[in-house]
Design a binder for this molecule. Structure first.
Ligand SMILES: Nc1ncnc2c1ncn2[C@@H]1O[C@H](COP(=O)(O)OP(=O)(O)OP(=O)(O)O)[C@@H](O)[C@H]1O
Ligand SMILES: [Mg+2]
Length: 312
């Protein structure tokens, strides 16, 4: 059952088409990660779903409601972690949760939520006294205080230290177990790989690819052989074998790993060099992402500019 339905969503800011015909369905209980380079349109899509931003055209439905028109009934059922939040930083951490939680009909216990995000010992401190990563954890706490059915997380773990990130992954896994539908954006491929049931890569306002992390990684069918050669080794013979040599690091993508390994190890034996740190693996999600050459992509300009609706 799709909980989030997006059909031909377009958002223009003046001449710029930030979202250019995105269609997407996210099912109940699914964790969906939207990936893409800076400016790809991720936050724009998420903010339209949250009801924080008007759309130019297209259809959007969340929990059967149009976020562009829905009111309190809708906000009661969703949780939001914006990319940049604006919490009153003169409040204490606990007060912030009380204030923001007050509008929800099914509110979690604030202390339990602080426990979940690892801030229980900071409950009485002012928000302004917390570090950047700790403030981000308050954002996450505010996102889940209302027991949302649908949770929007726009780069929820940016600025987190590695253990805080792991902790928040556990939190998100726990919410998934409770049946919460989650749409998140992230620039961390390991985060998407760990958390997401499905991933969508958005480039220049358009969906470039959608699938489970495993599907995306399998799509190339390739295997990557990696190793290091000793400093000063003559690597001329590696390039004809399809290897990419960067300093002492060598990598080789291949659809025929047995043959490639045989050729590479034969080269090494003939040269009398050892292949250090030799690994044979599937391309990671990051390899797949980078292969889409997303980092150079820019949103396309709108060809003919009809009237734009509600620019924000
Ligand atoms: N209020 C606005 N007015 C004009 N242009 C905007 C506005 N908000 C966003 N844009 C433009 O829309 C495009 C998409 O922005 P968006 O914030 O959705 O990207 P993003 O994928 O979330 O990027 P990031 O990874 O940096 O957060 C960008 O080119 C951005 O400059
Ligand atoms: Mg963004």
């Amino acid at each position: 059952m799709p909980v989030i339905e997006i059909a031909n969503l377009v958002k223009r800011y003046g001449e710029l088409t930030a979202v250019n015909g995105v269609s997407l369905e996210i099912n109940e209980g699914e964790v969906f990660a939207l990936l893409g380079p800076n400016g790809a349109g991720k936050s724009t899509v998420v903010e339209i779903l949250e009801g924080h931003r008007d759309r130019t055209s297209g259809d959007v439905s969340v929990l059967g409601l149009d976020p562009g028109k829905a009111g309190a009934e809708y906000r009661d059922q969703i949780g939001i972690v914006l990319q940049s939040s604006g919490i009153e930083d003169e409040l204490s951490v606990l007060e912030a949760l009380d204030v923001y939680g007050a509008s929800y009909s099914t509110r979690r216990d604030p202390m339990e939520v602080l426990e979940l995000v690892g801030l229980a010992d900071r409950a009485q401190d002012r928000v302004s006294q917390l570090s950047g990563g700790q403030q981000r954890r308050i954002d996450l706490a505010l996102g889940i205080i209302g027991t949302p059915k649908v949770l929007f997380l726009d780069e929820p773990t940016t600025g987190f230290d590695p253990s805080a990130r792991r902790q928040s992954w556990e939190l998100i896994d726990g919410l998934r177990d409770l049946g919460t539908t989650i749409l998140l954006t992230t620039h961390y491929m390991d985060e998407a790989q760990h958390l997401a049931d499905r991933v969508g890569v958005i480039v220049g306002g358009e969906i470039a690819v959608i699938g489970t992390p495993a599907e995306l990684m399998d799509a190339t069918g390739d295997t990557v052989v990696r190793f290091q050669v000793p400093h000063g080794a003559n690597t001329d013979g590696l390039r004809p074998l399809g290897a990419v040599v960067e300093g002492i690091a060598v990598s080789c993508r291949t659809a025929t790993p047995t043959k490639t390994l045989h050729e590479l190890t034969s080269w090494a034996l003939a040269q009398g060099v050892e292949l250090f740190d030799l690994t044979v693996s599937r391309p990671s999600l990051e390899d797949v992402y980078l292969q889409l050459a997303v980092s150079d992509a820019q949103p396309s300009p709108a060809p003919d500019m009809p009237e734009t609706r509600g620019q924000q």
